[in-house]
Design a protein around this ligand. Structure first.
Ligand SMILES: [Mg+2]
Length: 261
């Protein structure tokens, strides 16, 4: 028999929507989950939109959510930097290599592109070039650490699959011989922050997402049940060759309430 979760963690992109289109049935599904008194949290590795922009976009599409229910990778990075400052007892110098829309999220830190303590790396779309890569290599080679907002391999866009920033994170880690600090899913601290915010134990939580690595494996590593949806970036061949075995697989989020009957 299935234990009904007290908390459901929902991935955004590819799970609740693709592009600007809500997945059919997603809005009603969330409504029903709320009627059943199941807590919801929205977990995203998206680094192209600010917290406020994401909330606004979800509401325009018809989803209902509170500001605090959205937990994003950029917000986690900000918390991490604040914790580091507190530990070091001095302001840290950062070089935010992020989209313009989330640059403001890091405005309280001291920016220094020449001698940063930390490079904060997110999605910058088509702005990547070899000049930037070499500048990043040099500051990291001189001691800067890399904070990666996530290390996703690829993502689903309206035009098809696209390479994600995991490509650049892995490349920089390799050429600089150092590991990045990863902020979003599947980072354990990220999931723990969400469990803490809801005051729910891992065993009573479930994660639903289209990414078998970041969403499903990330959750399962924490003892949280992982449910894979066959929407967004889901590809049958990729899921089948994976060693990750989701607890549940659904055609889409629309089937979640039925699964939990
Ligand atoms: Mg996704």
């Amino acid at each position: 028999m299935k234990r009904i979760p007290e908390l459901i963690m929902l991935d955004l992109d590819g799970t609740l929507y693709v592009g600007k289109q809500a997945i059919p049935g997603a809005i009603d599904c969330l409504k029903t989950l709320r009627e059943r008194d199941i807590q919801l949290r929205f977990l995203t590795n998206t680094t192209t939109q600010s917290h406020d922009e994401l909330i606004a976009q979800l509401r325009v599409m018809g989803f209902t959510l509170e500001d605090e229910e959205l937990i994003s990778a950029p917000a986690a990075a900000k918390l991490e930097l604040l914790a580091i400052q507190q530990k070091l007892r001095r302001p840290v110098r950062i070089w935010p290599v992020v989209a313009d829309s989330i640059r403001q999220d890091f405005s309280e830190f001291f920016w220094d592109e020449q001698r940063p303590d930390f490079v904060v790396l997110g999605d910058i779309g088509d702005a990547w070039d070899l000049t930037l890569i070499n500048r990043l290599f040099n500051v990291m080679h001189s001691g800067a650490e890399l904070i990666a907002l996530h290390k996703n391999r690829f993502w689903q866009t309206e035009e098809g699959l696209k390479a994600d920033i995991g490509f650049f994170v892995a490349g920089l880690e390799y050429i600089c011989s150092k590991n990045a600090r990863l902020m979003g899913k599947p980072n354990r601290a990220f999931f723990q922050q969400v469990l803490d915010s809801a005051r729910v134990d891992a065993i009573n939580a479930m994660m639903v997402g289209d990414d078998i690595d970041s969403d499903v494996d990330g959750a399962q590593q924490m003892g949280i049940r992982g449910c894979l949806v066959r929407t967004g970036k889901y590809r049958e061949a990729y899921a089948e060759q994976s060693s990750v075995r989701p607890n549940y697989i659904l055609d889409s989020i629309a089937g979640l309430n039925e699964l939990l009957r």
